[in-house]
Design a protein around this ligand. Structure first.
Ligand SMILES: C[S@@+](CC[C@H](N)C(=O)[O-])C[C@H]1O[C@@H](n2cnc3c(N)ncnc32)[C@H](O)[C@@H]1O
Length: 202
């Protein structure tokens, strides 16, 4: 992985991102600059019946920016991958959509989030779920192993987007699809802004 991108120290950025999301995991009620939790998921029109089956631990630390399932529900039997799965709310939505004949795999680099997602999957009895601790820029999965890749509020945190998209294309089966919710901006960011870690972590 790159050490610096556009003058930004990538190791420092990742460490600050991990601090922020460890806090979202461990102190979900402490108030963040971005919306979190079940009420936010309801505002984004996630299906209530699916949310109702997901343990509160996963919902309380939901920190997505939109609803990747608004592009369409996943299909029974599909193999799905959630990049930057956080505490696992989207992952457990996906697990219900793909059902027992499918699989829902999540990957996240923040250990506190990975623990929370694993605990929530276990509490829900979701046997088709796997949560991996790792980097979305170096996916530990075989080529062409997923039907669909989802992600919510993660790619905006990566300084070089080309790496993750080439990894997504590598792990998707031919004809596979992406359902990505993320933050986009419509004008160039100043060089100074790109190096401001507070702007990245919110
Ligand atoms: C805004 S949160 C969103 C979490 C989850 N998608 C959700 O909707 O609640 C961003 C997540 O991305 C993870 N993340 C950021 N950069 C990552 C990377 N390079 N590899 C793996 N996970 C990463 C963080 O640890 C954090 O859990």
């Amino acid at each position: 992985m790159a050490v610096e991108v556009d003058g930004l120290d990538v190791a420092t950025l990742r460490s600050e991102i991990q601090k922020t999301y460890t806090n979202v995991s461990e102190n979900p009620d402490s108030g963040f600059i971005f919306p979190t939790g079940r009420a936010w998921a309801e505002e984004l029109e996630y299906p209530k019946d699916l949310l109702d089956r997901i343990p509160e631990a996963a919902c309380e630390s939901f920190a997505g920016v939109a609803n990747p399932f608004s592009f369409g529900a996943l299909i029974e039997g599909e193999h799905s991958l959630d990049l930057g799965c956080g505490a696992g709310m989207d992952l457990l939505v996906a697990a219900q959509m793909v059902g027992p004949s499918g699989t829902a795999t999540g990957i996240d680099m923040t250990p506190a989030m990975v623990d929370k997602a694993r605990g929530a999957a276990e509490e829900m009895g979701a046997t088709n779920v796997t949560v991996v601790e790792g980097d979305v820029e170096a996916l530990p999965f075989d080529d062409a192993s997923f039907d669909v890749v989802t992600s919510n509020g993660v790619i905006d945190l990566l300084p070089d987007k080309t790496v993750v998209f080439s990894e997504i294309f590598r792990v998707l089966k031919p004809g596979g699809r992406m359902q990505i919710a993320d933050v986009t901006i419509q004008r160039p960011v100043s060089e100074e802004g790109k190096r401001d870690i507070d702007l990245w972590t919110g």
